[in-house]
Design a protein around this ligand. Structure first.
Ligand SMILES: [Zn+2]
Length: 116
């Protein structure tokens, strides 16, 4: 067997918290939402109002009446695409160096920097 050169094991996740993503697969395909949380070890994201799962809760003094609570479940990073805040299109993320030598993410569609 041939040994393939190993890629640098940097995190595959280029998407960050508060990015807007479009869901590409599953029951919420086509939906867009804000990234609430990144689960880096699993390459998964929690996206606002996407992949909602129902949890049954019991009545308790703190939560008041019991019932069904909806909560976001995570989606795999390969199933979402970033929506560029500048050109509003689903895009891929590239990297570039900014003027002060810092590595920044750029939109591969419009070439704009994605952060601040
Ligand atoms: Zn763009």
């Amino acid at each position: 067997m041939m040994n393939k050169p190993k890629k640098l094991s940097r995190s595959k996740i280029r998407i960050k918290k508060n990015d807007i993503v479009e869901v590409m697969a599953g029951r919420d395909r086509g939906k867009t939402g804000k990234v609430l949380r990144i689960v880096e070890e699993q390459d998964r994201l929690v996206v606002e109002k996407v992949n909602m799962i129902k949890r049954h809760t019991r009545p308790s003094p703190t939560t008041g009446q019991g019932g069904i609570v909806e909560k976001e479940g995570s989606v795999h990073v390969s199933n979402v695409r970033l929506v560029c805040p500048k050109c509003s299109q689903p895009t891929r993320i590239g990297h570039a160096l900014s003027g002060d030598g810092k590595k920044v993410r750029i939109c591969k569609k419009c070439g704009e920097m994605l952060e601040g």
